[in-house]
Design a binder for this molecule. Structure first.
Ligand SMILES: [Zn+2]
Length: 460
């Protein structure tokens, strides 16, 4: 009922300073410029300089919102700023992996950056994560901690992420989930995923988007990333602490009945080595894992087929296989593009490391037109659902391609009328040298995407 709320909104607007007036305040404008200069210094890895700019700013403009924020960033334990470690593309179509440090002082920020860069290399060189390396961005959130070390055994440390001894048995490190999320929210953009490097910690823990590891620990990082990003369970049977009752997970089953395990589609497809093996989820009894092959979620270097599938699906929940398109899709038939002669269409497909996505162009007569999937990017592509089936002869021009692929439509063989040009891009998830696709079950068709344009061929 807009007629009721409108006066209220007008009253609220009258109370607020218009943004233009804020921008014109010369003190605030100067303070903001200084603040941005400090942020730029962090982005350029000039940490001491950034800290000094924040301090000066806080002293010079204590009443300004920028001065207050600068003071906030110079506290003994604080968020200092952010920078890119490696950016492959726009955040809205990448998995943004944020590295953050715990127990690192202002003088340790270069050391933190080195460990974070080593972490990026782990992604790059990993068989699975490396295949989809370009689907990720790597960022750093620079956090200053007053204390080094981790809390536990009766001592409490003042650190940015509240690193603590999480494991009762092995002493593996954890971070405060709330603190890690609060730090993520300081960034311009994030997906809720972070790798928290705890300087004085050992081993790691992971879940809910946050992988915590002690210092530089390559294999541990991948394992914890499996928990944090892909929601995978442990496949080892070693007791590391009480976990409550055994639960079914993506890669852990409470039954060894092969018709009931969560990965039964792998068994039905006959993927070698996949079955139900006793001992998982930190217990010897009552929990089964998909392979005996020492998956990363156990202690191994590579993921088992079941975990791998979950990983690829999870990546595609965030990343649309179609990165960009030209021209703007036309969903409304009434706004069909008028085409006489030729028209060019273009999509940019994502590019895995060793295999290409399948790109197909269809020209559908009006009666066979589909309701195309909403191209609006969503945080979770699960919401989109499966694509509409394409009926009829289709006559698709198909090829394998990464990057930019073009399609030129010639209208001379088309009767006057309306048509729909549809481009579909699909990842078969079958990297070079692999006998089996990495994804066997994709109910939501996350590995596919489409763009569509209504066109009209005028009467000659
Ligand atoms: Zn596994």
């Amino acid at each position: 009922m807009p007629h009721r709320t409108a006066p209220l909104l007008a009253a609220l607007a009258a109370l607020c300073l218009p943004p233009a007036a804020l921008a014109q305040n010369p003190v605030d404008r100067k303070a903001e410029a200084e603040f941005r200069r400090a942020e730029k210094a962090v982005a350029d890895s000039k940490y001491t300089a950034a800290h000094q700019i924040y301090r000066d700013l806080a002293a010079r403009y204590p009443q300004s919102a920028w001065g207050k924020m600068a003071a906030f960033r110079t506290r003994p334990t604080a968020y200092l700023g952010q920078g890119d470690l490696l950016r492959h593309g726009p955040s809205n179509n990448r998995v943004d992996v944020v590295f953050m440090g715990d127990g690192f002082g202002l003088d340790d920020q270069n050391e933190f950056e080195d460990v974070a860069r080593a972490g990026v290399d782990v992604f790059k060189n990993h068989k699975l994560l490396g295949e989809y390396f370009s689907y990720h961005n790597f960022l750093r959130a620079n956090l200053v901690s007053k204390d080094q070390g981790v809390s536990g055994y009766g001592r409490v440390k003042d650190t940015a992420l509240g690193g603590f001894i999480a494991g009762q048995v092995q002493g593996q490190v954890g971070v405060d989930q709330g603190k890690a999320e609060a730090m993520l929210h300081q960034l311009d953009e994030h997906d809720g995923y972070a790798v928290a490097i705890v300087k004085a910690g050992s081993m790691g823990t992971g879940g809910g988007g946050i992988a915590a590891i002690g210092g530089r620990a390559d294999d541990t990082m991948v394992h914890e990333w499996g928990h944090a990003f892909a929601g995978l369970s442990d496949e080892y049977s070693t007791f590391t602490g009480h976990r409550g009752a055994a639960r079914n997970g993506r890669n852990v089953s409470t039954t060894d009945d092969l018709t009931k395990v969560p990965w039964r589609h792998f068994v039905e497809a006959g993927v070698p080595g996949v079955g139900a093996y006793r001992g998982a989820d930190g217990r010897i009894k009552g929990a089964w894992k998909p392979t005996s092959g020492n998956c990363t979620m156990e202690n191994g270097v590579q993921f088992c087929p079941v975990c791998r599938e979950q990983f690829v699906l999870q990546i595609y929940r965030r990343v649309d296989p179609i990165e960009a398109e030209k021209p703007e899709p036309v969903r409304d038939k009434a706004r069909a593009l008028r085409v006489a002669g030729t028209a060019d269409f273009e999509v940019t497909a994502m590019q895995p490391k060793t295999h290409q996505l399948d790109v197909r162009w269809h020209v559908l007569p009006e009666a066979a037109g589909i309701v195309p999937a909403d191209p609006a990017r969503r945080k979770d592509r699960n919401q989109r659902g499966a694509l509409a089936p394409i009926q009829g002869k289709g006559d698709p021009g198909g090829y394998l391609g990464g990057g930019r692929t073009k399609f030129r439509l010639f209208t001379r063989n088309l009767e006057p009328g309306k048509y729909q040009v549809v481009c579909r891009v699909r990842d078969d998830a079958k990297p070079s040298g692999q006998q089996w696709p990495w994804v066997l079950k994709d109910d939501k068709q996350l590995l596919q995407s489409e763009r569509a344009w209504w066109i009209e061929v005028p009467a000659r």
